[in-house]
Design a binder for this molecule. Structure first.
Ligand code: NAD
Length: 245
């Protein structure tokens, strides 16, 4: 086992009270494309057009047109080793909260209990007229799909230009300002206010561990340049072997 994994394992065992901030990179090994990495969705589509609330209000078909390129069948994706390692770390009393920017539901599917989805969830599709909720994959046909009442359907996710759900943001800020370690996994840290959470954690004295294939967070105390699945499996292995020493 090489040094960075052991260092991070020892830090987590010593400080516990760990909050995790995840982004699209943690789900890349589950087959869901990221947005900003090489080959990501935004190389093909302009987010200011396809994922903005302003454009959605004028022409919702733009959003629905690219949805199939992103997450085709919501239920067909499976959590990977990184999601599963976070469940184990929660069971061990080390991870106390996962804050995710992801909208794929994979943390809950893996079994994480304390998850806050600050950008919402793709599972829920809401009628903009009557508020009825449809659950993917049971979405009416059509582009854009319409509710039985005739209203346009919108995913319950935060598009560019929309506010984050206030309760979710409140939990995220509270958890970030009281943790002792923050694991920042697979995020390019450019989408605010999520990108500010590691800054809040650091300002309150937490150690920041970044796990990414390329570094995105300059103020990290430890950087593990590796795929999330590989890195988290190794960190978990180092933790469990030390606990049984
Ligand atoms: P991003 O696409 O901007 O950045 C992805 C990051 O993951 C990059 O830093 C990249 O280097 C890293 N990465 C890629 N593969 C990795 C791997 N195997 N292991 C570790 N790191 C890896 O993603 P973001 O920062 O989360 O911001 C994008 C926004 O888009 C978020 O708000 C999120 O809601 C949304 N999004 C969600 C999903 C999802 O739900 N799975 C996927 C794409 C985008």
């Amino acid at each position: 086992m090489t040094a960075p994994y052991i260092e991070v394992a020892e830090l987590l065992l010593r400080l516990k009270n760990c909050v995790v901030l995840t982004g699209a990179g943690i789900s890349a090994e589950s087959g869901i494309p990221t947005f900003r990495s090489k080959g990501g969705l935004w190389e093909k589509y302009d987010p200011t057009v396809y994922a903005s609330i302003e454009v959605f209000r004028k022409d919702p078909s733009k959003y629905w047109q690219i949805r199939g390129d992103f997450i085709r069948d919501y239920d067909s994706y499976e959590p990977n080793a990184a999601h599963r390692a976070l469940v184990e770390l929660e069971n061990l009393g080390i991870v106390r909260q996962v804050i995710t920017q992801n909208i794929d539901g994979l943390h809950r599917k893996a079994g994480s209990r304390r998850v806050v989805e600050i950008h919402g969830s793709l599972r829920e599709i809401i009628c903009q007229q009557c508020g009825r909720t449809y659950l993917a994959p049971n979405i009416p046909e059509g582009n854009p799909p319409h509710c039985a009442c005739g209203g346009v359907l919108k995913p319950n996710t935060v598009l560019f230009g929309e506010q984050l759900p206030p309760e979710a943001l409140e939990v995220a800020i509270r958890e970030s300002s009281t943790c002792r370690v923050m694991l920042v996994i697979g995020t390019s840290a450019v989408v605010y206010p999520a990108a500010h959470l590691p800054v809040v954690a650091k300002q309150h004295g937490a150690k920041i561990v970044e796990i990414n294939i390329e570094t995105a967070f300059p103020d990290a105390d430890h950087v593990v340049l590796e795929k999330a699945g590989t890195a988290m499996a190794r960190i978990l292995e180092a933790i469990t072997s030390r606990r049984t020493d």
